[in-house]
Design a protein around this ligand. Structure first.
Ligand SMILES: Nc1ncnc2c1ncn2[C@@H]1O[C@H](COP(=O)(O)OP(=O)(O)OP(=O)(O)O)[C@@H](O)[C@H]1O
Ligand SMILES: [Mg+2]
Length: 234
C-alpha cells in the first residue's frame, strides 16, 4: 500500500496525564508516531503504564492532554469523526450490549451502516471465532472468553480500516488465543487494515511488525528481532 493511497493516524507530540485527588499521573509525554493501514503494531508494558489510554487516544475515542492527533486519508487531513467510523475496537472489558444477543451485538455495526444482510454476515463472523453455537445467548449467558470472542467478531465484522484490540487473548485458552490471533493478523493482511494490539504476551507481540513498549514512564518503538511463531503459546 503506498503512502498516498493508505489511511494513517498521526500522533504529534502527544502527552496524556490525569489529575486524581490532587495528584498528577503522567502516562506519556511528547509521543510522536504514525499508525499506517496494512501495518501491525503491538503495545506492551506493565499494568497501569498507559497502554489502554494510548489505544483510546489513537482511535480518536479520547482527547490527549497535549499534542495533536490527525487522521489522514489519501494525503489529506480528515476529521476524527471519520476515523471513528473506520475503527473496530475490542475493549479490555468487552462492552457488549447486555440486552442484545451475541448475534445482534455483532450485527449492530452493520445495521448502523445500512447493511441488509447484517444478521447473516454477523452469524458468519461469530462462526469464525468459534461461537456459531452461541448466537442467541446474551452476554451474561456467555463465559468471559466467549464474550471476548463475540467482541472480536463485532470489531471485525464490517472490515474496518483500523483494528484496535486491548488484550484480545487475555481470557482465552491457548488454542482459542492462537485462533483469535490468526484472525486478527489475517484481517490486517487480507483487508489491508492496520492492527494495533495491546498484549502482555511476548509471542503475540512478536507477530506484530512494530512494537511500542512502555517502560518506566517512557514509550518507545523497539527494534524487534523476528521470531518463529508457529509453536507460539499465548
Ligand atoms: N480517567 C482517568 N482518571 C484518572 N486516572 C486514570 C484515568 N484513566 C486511567 N487512569 C490511570 O492511568 C494509569 C494507566 O491506565 P491504563 O488503563 O492506560 O493502563 P494499562 O497499561 O492499560 O494497564 P493494564 O495492563 O492493567 O490494563 C492507571 O494508573 C490508571 O489508574
Ligand atoms: Mg489496559
Amino acid at each position: 500500500m503506498t503512502l498516498s493511497s493508505a489511511s494513517q493516524i498521526e500522533l504529534h507530540n502527544v502527552s496524556q496525564s490525569f489529575n486524581h485527588n490532587a495528584q498528577q499521573i503522567t502516562l506519556f509525554q511528547q509521543l510522536s508516531l504514525c499508525i499506517e493501514q496494512g501495518q501491525s503494531y503491538a503495545i506492551t508494558g506493565p499494568s497501569g503504564s498507559g497502554k489502554s489510554s494510548l489505544l483510546m487516544l489513537m482511535a480518536g475515542l479520547e482527547p490527549p492532554t497535549a499534542g495533536q492527533i490527525s487522521y489522514i486519508e489519501h494525503g489529506r487531513s480528515m476529521p476524527l469523526a471519520l476515523l471513528r467510523q473506520n475503527i473496530g475496537f475490542v475493549f479490555q472489558q468487552f462492552h457488549l450490549l447486555p440486552e442484545l444477543t451475541a448475534l445482534h451485538n455483532v450485527a449492530l455495526p452493520l445495521k448502523l451502516r445500512g447493511e441488509k444482510n447484517a444478521e447473516v454476515i454477523a452469524a458468519a463472523s461469530l462462526e469464525k471465532v468459534g461461537l456459531g453455537h452461541r448466537l442467541n445467548h446474551k452476554p451474561q449467558q456467555l463465559s468471559g472468553g466467549e464474550q471476548q470472542r463475540a467482541a472480536i467478531a463485532r470489531a471485525l465484522v464490517f472490515q474496518p480500516k483500523f483494528i484496535f484490540a486491548d488484550e484480545p487473548t487475555g481470557n482465552l485458552d491457548s488454542k482459542s488465543a492462537a485462533n483469535v490471533a490468526d484472525l486478527l493478523f489475517d484481517c490486517c493482511r487480507q483487508n489491508g487494515a492496520a492492527l494495533v494490539i495491546v498484549t502482555h504476551s511476548p509471542p503475540l507481540a512478536a507477530r506484530a511488525q512494530q512494537v511500542l513498549a512502555f517502560n518506566n514512564g517512557n514509550c518507545t518503538l523497539l527494534a524487534k528481532p523476528q521470531m518463529e511463531v508457529q509453536d507460539a503459546c499465548y
